[in-house]
Design a protein around this ligand. Sequence first.
Ligand code: CTP
Length: 402
Amino acid sequence: MMKGKKILLGITGSIAAYKTAYLVRLLVKQEAEVRVIMTPAAKDFVSPLTLSTLSRNEALADMFAESTWSNHVQLGRWADVMVIAPLSCNTLSKMAQGLCDNLLLAVYLSATCPVIIAPAMDEDMWKHPSTQNNLKLLKNYGNKIIFPATGELASGLFGPGRMKEPELIVHYLESFFENKNPKDIEGKNVLITAGPTQEAIDPVRYISNHSSGKMGLAIARECKNRGANVTLVLGPVPSKENTDGMTVIHISSSDEMYDACHRHFASADITIMAAAVADYKPEMVHETKIKKTDTIPEVKLVKTKDILKSLGEIKGEHQTLVGFALETNDEKANALRKLKTKNADYIVLNSLQDGMIFGADSNKITIFTKYGDEIRFDGKPKTEVASDIINTVLKYKSTVTI
Ligand code: CTP
């Protein structure tokens, strides 16, 4: 299960650091690729030579050593996961505040892989409100936590604060990799819309909205990782996101999105409409740029085609259709109305009242199902929201054929 997995192990200055020699040994035994980064203080507790020998890679600690500085970004991109064990109170606090005064912190801040932390410290430090607040921050940033065990501490006290034993950290990693990419929609065709649409007024102007496309892109990546054949109909989004392994159809207007969706819908097992489609478009598009004159021009708007509704009307028994609802008020009533009128199986509600911000990396959703369920989720990174959406759809697998 760990074979070939790229694990970046960060070690900080805690007495539990001595156990990492055994942790590295266990990981390497399972054929994981391990690279070690240490804080300067960690070197007082465990020798870099021991870790280099066991991991078969040089253990790095010096931020400004030749080649190390330029490597810090690559390391965070190389890894499938970064595990920081043991995580001292000091480094935990620095991570929460975004400080960057050693190599481990530089790698952590630039890591694009998931990060798992295994704190270890004295009981009173662990219980201190500032530590607990920092921990909440790290959780909100998407870090996963292996909570410390209760037992005898280096101070001689007894309580919570002991780093989990290496075997348990390995077990945690095994289930992390198992759950990370379950291939439970292997070979299924998934059609996803994401981003805004742009409705042209003339060759240089258009009507659009603030959608960043991040939620739809996260869902597309989640489906791809879980083995699906993903067709992504993508509106104009600002950043270049990773869409490797997907069929991407770039569109601009709602009409183009409508056509693309209808071309691919018949073969889709699951369709997820995360795009923020403009509800109105100019009745006519001027062929040339509208010039500034003394009279104020009027742009007459007409309704765009409701793509989700049109798919709901032709949906087959075997197909699953998921819509989104972005609401500022009467959230539940509006979401339920959309579920019914658009003949969707699920509506994912984003409420602007929940403090959601356009373009943010996290989201808080409630899913309404055609079976009458209302499932609320905590605010979390969009990558995890994507997984919640797919898990919810699959939960009804026994009643919906997908
Ligand atoms: N949608 C669509 N085509 C449109 C408008 C919306 O396919 N022309 C889809 C969105 O992708 C989303 C769902 O419909 O999955 C809900 O969109 P929303 O704009 O929230 O709902 P509307 O139907 O436009 O209703 P309202 O303006 O009342 O919120």
